[in-house]
Ligand binder design. Sequence first.
Ligand code: FUC
Length: 804
Amino acid sequence: MNVIRYLCAPLLLSVTAAPVPAPAMLWFDQPATHFTRSLPLGNGRIGAMVFGGVNIERIVLNENSLWSGSRQEADRPDAHQALPEIRRLLLEGKNVEAEQLVNAHFTCQGPGSGHGSGANVPFGCYQVLGNVHLRWAGAVAPVNYANYQRTLDLATATARVTYERDGVRFHREHFVSAPDEVFVSRLTADQPGAVTLAIGLDRPERFTTTVVEPNELLMTGTLNDGRGGRGVSYAARLRVLNRGGSVKPQGNELAVVGADEVVLLVSAATDYQGFAGRRVTDPVVTSRSDLDRLIGREFPALHAAHVADFQSWFHRVALNLPATANSSLPTDQRLRGFAGGAADPALAKLYFDFGRYLLISASRPGGLPANLQGIWAEEIQTPWNGDWHLDINVQMNYWPAELCNLSELHEPMHQLIASLVEPGRKTAKAYYGARGWVAHVITNPWGYTAPGEAASWGSTVSGSAWLCQHLWEHFLYTGNREFLAWAYPILKESALFYLDNLIEEPKRRWLVTGPSNSPENSFQLPDGRTAHVCLGPTVDMQLLRELFGNVIRASQILGVDEALRRELSEKRTRLAPNQVSPDGRLQEWLEPYPEPEPRHRHTSHLYGLYPYYEITPRTTPELADACRKTLDARGDRSTGWALGWRINLWARLGDGDRAHQLLQQLLHPADTGNTYDGSGAGSYPNLFDAHPPFQIDGNFGGAAGIGEMLLQSHLPAGGESQISDLKFEIELLPALPSAWPEGSVQGLRARGGFEVDIAWSNGKVTDYQIRSAEPRDVTVRVDGQAQLIRSTVEPAMKGFRNGN
Ligand code: FUC
């Protein structure tokens, strides 16, 4: 590699001489009493949660295609007949009456998501696969053990449990291997013949577990298709390999007696046949072949293959923030210490690493995207069905993907988007008589694109526009033209839908969407009544400016659709603009309505600030100021994901200390008394995000926010007109909080196909490097000063061609 470093005064610290890194480790000195204290493992498809019980261990298993429900016709075929009247009422300011009509004629047909409890309706829900139970000999009270430790080493994606009982030290190691498609445990002790336990496999419902070999359990079952019929079938197979001692059936369990070492291998498969995932016709057969392939492979070889695979993702980025005395505490105590005011910059590093860890563990190319639970759930009826919500949540899951150099892990999201085009075309016709495709607020692996079952939240029309951002941004980060050519029809058809769906509002003759919602929020009409359904909420307008702009640029790059480009350009200028309300906030709706819930969790109208970047402090200072006022009015207390979003928003406003304050809120201990719902938002002891309940999006939003505090790449000073040539400005440490005066980061990605290292000291950049596949000119803003530099060549990076 041709190494050119850009050194800045003072020349004190180089990227290689970073502060001593704190180990990327979650650890506890007690077994988990609860799911949100257990340790997550995953290979993108199979998930496991390790509780580390001494005498009785439960390991929760997941498989990410284990969904109840089935394909359904949720579109109301005649909904479009109600559209003219709904629009007429909205244009006359009769939102409440329009909302009544939406509820009567413009929601989905049937029970929709079952109001978030869809296990037994066609929408379905994501469900737990089962539990591995390890009942150790002597599993009777009192449980006496000593020197207990339970760790999750993020760098090797391995959970370990160790303790002493009756003078024997026991060790357990667990991981889920992507290359070998299997969950693996090794159970050992420091004395021969000490491993004696019973091993079971079950599930809360719909399962049969049988002993199929003297050392093998098979659990099978079939979920509800939502009509009382047969849905997805699954199989989980557990094989016990013992060194020394014996293993024998005992009822529908296996009994290990006096072994020196036991290795458990668990495979899992379902026959879900959808837009992604393995194509399995017989899960029972696949669960066996997955294990048979491993015959003769020893634990060390399986572990080495797993670690090599995992680290090929994890080691792409390294963040170093200094450790303090608080950093060496068990994770739950560490969280409490931080909330109590103890300095611990390395906790932010841990949270950032954990976010990357979770994405690598929950989303792999070829598989299904991470859902509201990631892939980790212990219930049959997961909260909100563990689905993909399209009005912030699934998008937030993928916010760290490009920035954190995990671009390929974005692929499951792209496939989800592609899978919605066909059903979304039907929905576009049925409701809007429109071309193109649309998806509203919720979707599932069965191609659900209809509105939700209630107008108050279900009629947001811009879910599909928001999804499209993920296609364009992937292109911006990779420059992959083949990908753009693949994605273009999806983007174009989305834009066609919105072109057909725009109407002119009478007051200012702006083009607006409608009916729609500003996600899940309500407003007060002049007569004092509350409504949700509206025309042209600010978020829709921002999304359409972005989508139309991206289709215009994509069509230029690909040299197609000139006439469409003209139409999009013309309509784009007529979209309702961002407005500042009389009290100085960025306005959420077309009118400055009073809000019944001024501290609402959604900050949808700030979409233009983050994740989009049509508002920046440099290019649109008045609007940025209005965003600041909006955030102040919304306040710093909210649900987990909402805090994650606010970190990114403050980072984009260049306010590192405020972003850090929000990060402190996100890291606020959510578990008081080990209750599942916690006492409020923040982080559970295992660092899972508490909405509450556990919902993984906040983990990803928080990790992205930490990245966004260190590196941003978006509009140059001249504003949006300059991005027609896809030139972005890279800003180093745009929102560095005063709590992190020293540190370094390596391997973050910037738009335009760059990889960036930064080191800093006393809050100032001391050293940086910007790499790309070919040498390229790029504007870098260092300590607020823009400078044009030439990037360093890193031939191993994939080529970036911007198409101009
Ligand atoms: C959105 C949010 C809720 C919740 C749900 C899963 O609807 O408004 O707070 O996160 O998604």
